[in-house]
Structures are given as structure tokens and as C-alpha cells.
Design a protein around this ligand. Sequence first.
Ligand code: F3S
Length: 651
Amino acid sequence: MDIKSKAGKNLFQKIIENHLVDGVWSPGSEIAIQLDQTLTHDNGGALIFMYLEAMGIEKIHTEPGVCYLDHNTVQIGYENADDHQYLRAITAKSGVILSRAGNGISHQVHLERFGKPGKILLGADSHTSTAGGIGMIGIGTGGLDVAIGMSGEPFYLKCPGVVKINLVGKPASWVSAKDVVLKVLEIFTTEGNKNTVFEYGGPGVASLTVPDRATIANMGAECGVVTSIFPSDDQTKQFLKGQAREHHWSELPADSNAEYTDQVDIDLAGLEPMIAFPHSPENVKRVKDVAGIPVDQVAIGSCTNSSYMDLTAVAKILKGRTLHPDVSLGLAPGSKQVLMMLAKEGSLYEILSSGARIMESACGFCNGSCFSPKSNSVSVRTSNRNFQGRSGTTDARVYLASPQTAAATAITGKITDPRDLNIAYPAVSMPKKFLIDDSMLIFPPENPRQITVEMGPNLCPPPSNLPLPNDIYAEVTIKLGDKVTTDHIMPGGARNKYRANIPKYSEYVFEVIDHNFYQRALTIKERGEANVIIAGESYGQGSAREHAALCPMFLGVKIIIAKSFERIHRTNLINFGIIPLIFNDPQDYNKLEIGAKLDFSNLQHWISGNGRISFVNKTKNITLTGIADLSSREKKMILAGGAVNYIKNNR
Ligand code: F3S
């Protein structure tokens, strides 16, 4: 037996192999896995169920499938309320559990009530990776992939490389899980980790609670990894026991001689409070080095840092103190469970006494749905993304920090290292029993036949696409730089209410970058030509929103030529029949300008073949080449005009 065959398995590999339905474990090759659970929410949920209908699927096949009403709960106007009513009826009809508005943020509630070590969860949200904190695989993807998964079909992915993040030591007082993951972001940045999984191990793991681990797994998404995972151990058992779900626990370690593609060591004892500067989570600095920057607003919550442990620590810091008069502090508990426990134990009193504003247990400020900062201001937040404009205020400067740093900052009115408060460290122990109240979960009825599904005027059936034409005459409608995020492509915040109304939502494509894009794209489409987008590195960073592919498709975008694509967005483009083409020579980026006329011939042949596509820039009369690196299944989807057509053709 050679040495290689003696190598043990990492945890990710073990879980994948238990769910493998096609392919073999070999990094880089395409595999298909059976799913256990699915997660959807009200930002894309209505579309997902309309896609299931378009594919002729009435009942879902994952156990459980849960749909969370957590993103669009402010409900200015009738649109979101109509969407929620639709989701309430359609989930009941389809066999999906509905978590009502007010019950909390999907990832927090899923961790509390549904996460199980060793299972696989597919979610229509990039932070589905949060589930890795409980020893399960949580993968974020586009809504159409989730719809396909809910139909019982396997999920296809490229077998990733698994990097071990070896934790040693114990974090010092005032150093939290957020500081650990900001350190991870400092090391790995937001680029270049596309087909990678972070697996945490080493002796330092034992000192991290499940909520700590969830925070770390959550923000792995900002590095662009497929997911992050922690072992299931005594900490996991303690958390599940507190949730009255000890029977869902099993011990799941990696083998002691497990193989990894790489290993990075982090000494937790050497970490300090960290903070990410605007406008990217990778702009990480030590708080002590930048302390003193005046702050206008502090927001504590989001799926990253809204647990009972986080907010109890905040309450202890705020106890007996008041906010700085120039600071507005908003605090959104991650779930009804968290809020009720804070209320019962008196922490809510301390928080309110300080002058903080309590927000709903929902996404809220994180995606700009509420609590947007004033113009040209500084906001310190415990959420996971600080992309320009995501807060709802384009010129606001958003910093990302731990709940402890955020609370200290709210008190002093300037960015503050919490150690400088000179108060006793607010230690919080894992509760022996969490407060359990599942009354806001609506379980589907035994016999759903009588349920009537109503669709309000904001709900439009999603547009369909045609099979890929052989020849395309196109124009470059926009030329973008590096790291364009899905927030740039499709704005959130106040625009989120159009998520189920694609013709309306499409009016806002690239609104943050170029107000005229919609009109230009529409004009080109109406001329019978296609729109082409040119982009730099890491196109499509950020959230899993399929609208960043669907709305451009609706406007006639057929091809995006970029230096590189982010994983989830690339999949979404293929799902909607848009070709993700990578420059064969990155210098060719300089040979394409907005307004350039492009000629693509014989596309079906090139896509069916090796994916090398030559096209002519008629404006400069030069021929350029791009590569569409597609699996055989992805080629069929592109040729069919997207996943819906492909599935319908193959049923
Ligand atoms: Fe919601 Fe923000 Fe998380 S929008 S799911 S709290 S990243």
C-alpha cells in the first residue's frame, strides 16, 4: 500500500462521500450529491416556487425544506406583504416549512432549530455556509439550483480542494470569533479561493462555541469559498442539548491523518480586535491602530453576529452606560429565541437603557432595507459585507467589527478597541437551555389540496429564455472593472421589493454604477441584437442573488466576458443561459470598449466542443478569443437557454 492510500479523510470529504450520487472524490472533477435540507427566503423565494411550477414540480423532496421571511420585513407598500402571502400558501402546498416574519434571520434560526451534523444543506443565500458551525455542509447557490434540489435532483459541483485552517491557542479576553474570521480574510482576501473549502481543526477549535463557529463559517463566504466547516464535538453537543435536540448530535471529526490541499495555522492567542475598512471585508486592520475615527452610527446584528451570546456580551458592555450623543445605535437580535431570552434575562433592559434602538429580528440594516446611515457618514457594523452602497447610502463608509468593538464604539463615539474601556471582560457562558418556542414556524398540512394560492400584482411569472442561437450580433453595453459585486449588478435595499417582478426589477440593473444601462440595453434588445458585458477579475462577488443573472438575461444579455467569475454567480449565469466567457488573454480586456460591435458565429458548435470561442470586434476589426470552461451538463444548459429549459427537456 502506498503512502497516499493510507491518508485519512477530511471531514468535508467524509460527508460528501456519504451523499455522492455521481462522480468520485477527486478535486477539480464534477460530482453530484444528494441533498438533505434546503433553505430559501423571501428575497428570492417567490421566484423559486414559480420555477418549481414552471418545471411541473408540486412537492419538494428534501427534509426539511424551510422558507424564511427575513429579508423584506419592513414592508413599505403592498409588495412584500403580497409576496409573503404567496409564500405562506405555496410553502404549505409544496410541503415546505415557513418561518414567519419576526421569527428571525434564516441562518440563525436554521442553526437553532434545524441544523444537524453530517447533513448537507443547500440554500439560496451565500451565507448558508453558517451551518458549517454545527458540523454540517451548508452551500449557498442561486435560487434556481435550490429549486432543482428541492425537486429531488442532485446538486452538481466541482469537487473542491479542502484547506485546513489549523487553530491553536485560545483567544484572549475581548477577542471574538469576528476577529478570527477577519484574520482569515486578511490572510486569504476576497479573491482566488473559488473552488476551495475551509475546514477548521486543531486544538484551538475546542475553545470556540457553536455561535462562534457559525460567525466564522458565515464570513468564509466573503473569501469566496464553497463553504466552511467545523467538526462536530462536545461544543456541538452542548449547543444541541441546549436546543433540546441532543438526539441530532453525532461526533464527526476529520481523520487524524486527513489529507488537505493546504494548511494554514492561526494562533488564536496572538489575535487582537480587528476591523475591516470600507469598502471590502478584506481591508482588515487592528482596531488599536485605527482607534479614534469619529463614528455616526453603529449597527449590531445580521446573520454574522446576532446570537444570544453576542448580544448578551453587548448588553453587559452597555450596562449602566449611555451612547455617545453623536451615535445612533441599532441592534437587531438574530431570532425570536434570542430576543425573548434577552427580554427574560433583563439584557434587553440594559440595551434599551443605553439608548439603543431595537430592531426586528430580521436582516434589516445588513442589506440596506432599513437604518441606512446619513450621507457621507461612518457606520460601524457587525455584519459581513461593507460594499459601497449596500447600506443604502452610497457615500457612507461602513466598517465591519465584532459586537464588542461595536458596543465600545457606540459608547465613545469613535472607533474604540474594547480593551480600552477598562471594564471587566463580559464573559458569557453557553446556556444550558435555550428558550424554545416554535410557534412562528408553520409546518405544512397533511392534505394541502384545499389551499388557494393568490398572487398579488407585484408577482410576475419569471421570464423564459430561448435556446442559444448559433450566431449573435452584439454590442458591448457596459465595461466594468475588477470585483463587481452582485450588489452593484442588482441593488438591494428599497429595490428588494421587486424581487418577484422581473420586468420592474430589471429597470435597476447596474443602477449603482450606470443609471443609463437599462435604457441602453433595452434599445439594443429591441433592435434584435444581444447585449455583452465586459468585466475584470472576480465578476459577481457577494450574494447568491440569481437576479444578477436573471435581470440581465431579461434585458437581452447573452454573453459576459470577464477576466474571472465568482463561483455562485458563474453558476447563476449558466442557469439562465448566459455564457460566462473568460478572456484567453487578459490583455484583450483593453481591446473592448463600450459600444463595440461584436460578431459571434457558430456558437453552438464552439459550446458543444472545447468552449474556445473566437469572435470579431467589428469596431476595430480584430479577432479575439474567450474560453467557456463548461462541464458537459453545463454545455447542455447553455445550449437549451438555461436550466429550466434543460430540466423540462429532460423530464
Ligand atoms: Fe440577511 Fe445580511 Fe445575512 S441580508 S442573510 S443578514 S448577509
